[in-house]
Design a binder for this molecule. Sequence first.
Ligand SMILES: NC(=O)CC[C@H](N)C(=O)O
Length: 217
Amino acid sequence: MTAPTVGVLALQGDVREHLASLTAAGARAVPIRRRPELEAVDGLVLPGGESTTMDKLLTAFELATPLRERIAGGMPTFGSCAGMILLADRVVDAPPDQRTLGGIDMTVRRNAFGRQVDSFEQEMRAPALADDPARDEAIHAVFIRAPWAEEVGAGVEVLATTVGGRHPGRIVAVRHGALLATAFHPELGADARVHRFFVRMIREQTGAEARDEIART
Ligand SMILES: NC(=O)CC[C@H](N)C(=O)O
């Protein structure tokens, strides 16, 4: 199968790192700033950065509505950190006028782990994200002013929770259908497992669409 084309929203945040991780995961990775570029991708990454700023830039670049439509239409989308906030249906501890793109039935708390100085790294068990789920390998997770999911709806699969530290047991990776979110930054460092997981999600989705198309004709 040819490599899926995966966009990285390139308005703000750590775009370059996601492009590199997606390439390492076998995708054709492209930065996205305009609507026609968005229409050409099989999946999209919403990078970390600052969700309030991204919200404003999405409106300024006239991307908010087309993005909401594509996400609602089933485009596989992966949000990390600020991107996780953008994918949440509900946000707490955010400015009252902050909007999200939505899609994942969860409430996310912004800056939940504390301020910038409270940023931390830890090894987490996340077998669902591994290349081989039978091998329970630890994932090295980097949290930078990260959110957590305060509550998730019935259709949301929890993929990872924090261990130890000041805030153990917090939900920091979820999947809801074609949508994936992590509170941490898998694009920092050489481990492309989360991006490979996302590329597999896109391949599953495009494979299913191709089978539907054949069934219709
Ligand atoms: N590293 C990050 O993406 C931080 C997210 C940031 N705290 C926000 O609210 O958007």
